[in-house]
Design a protein around this ligand. Sequence first.
Ligand SMILES: [Zn+2]
Length: 259
Amino acid sequence: MKLLRLLVWLLLLCQPIAGVVGAEPSATITYIGSSGYLVKTTGHKLLLDGAFDNDVARFEVTTASEPIKQQLIHAQPPFDKLDMILVSHAHKGHFEATSIAQVIINNPQALVVTTEAVYSQLAELGELQSSSLNQIHYPRSEMGQRTHISHQGLIVAMTKTAHWGGLEQLNVEVTADDVNLAYALEAASFTPENVIDIQFVTALAPQSNARFRILTHQSGNEKKAELKKQVDLMPSTYFFTASGESIAIETTGNTINIK
Ligand SMILES: [Zn+2]
């Protein structure tokens, strides 16, 4: 009884503290390459399109360095204990079956959200046992229809859109601790449900209402260098150009900035 009362007190004491900490969105973002990122919030780790095919180097897309790739595949820090793995679609710059299979096997606690095409390719590969395949969720909904799934305290809102090559693409909004994040490569057909703290965008215009933007999905060395110069002059916007680069972002007033 005494122990129970102590536990109740502890819970009551902890709640307001958690509330204060939770008021300030903060996250650390590590760039893998291509459109791939690791996002670490106070209590969660999300992998976004992180295990892609370095063959995209021929389009002058930034590729993953060998050490980063090995850390990711073998679930070594900071790529350990992932809570969620997003594979937005089955194109090479976002998905490489053998690599992602290893990442899934080494992160048995992670929820994988993706499209049916990615799921089928992983199933056909034959490297994943049924327990690993059961980690994978793909919405069976119609194009444009919003669905939700929650996992380990994460809330994931998903919408499928049509993508070139007859593929489907998954656009997501994730609430992780105090951070609302949007990874919607088809932003025009994805309406966020909440104010977005961090949004991955494929173009600098039109401006989004997100508090912090990360430019992604770029190719061409000259174009990337030019974009980097532009973005460096913009507040609350960032463009990663090197595999392994990492930034911590924190709230200052109404905007969030690089710490
Ligand atoms: Zn694509």
